[in-house]
Design a protein around this ligand. Structure first.
Ligand code: SF4
Ligand code: SF4
Length: 90
């Protein structure tokens, strides 16, 4: 797989898999579903913000590339429900 990445925006633009090119459309809705859809990540904590409970990544500035560039694999059929991104075959 070959990825085209916008490093300033920290997101994947396109992926080429076995000669097929996929474009990543949409945007991150900051829902945090990718932090819990396989299992709860140990770096995710709950905090109160303006009277509401929010979930926060405590290593956000140093989070793994997999997190920063999620979803980075068009073949990953396990994208969490509600994710604002979708892969489109070009
Ligand atoms: S490291 Fe942070 S961004 Fe990555 S899954 Fe854990 S909580 Fe989410
Ligand atoms: S599941 Fe998708 S929309 Fe939600 S935080 Fe992760 S990348 Fe963003």
């Amino acid at each position: 797989m070959r990825l085209t990445i916008d490093r300033d925006k920290q997101r994947v633009l396109e992926a080429e898999v076995n000669g097929t090119i996929y474009r990543l459309e949409g945007e991150c809705l900051k829902c945090g579903a990718c932090c819990v859809f396989k299992k709860d990540c140990q770096h995710l904590i709950s905090e109160m913000w303006d009277g509401a409970a929010v979930r926060v990544c405590v290593i956000y500035q140093n989070r793994p590339h997999y997190c920063a560039y999620f979803p980075c694999d068009p073949n990953d059929a396990e994208a969490p429900e509600g994710c604002g991104f979708r892969w489109v075959k070009k």
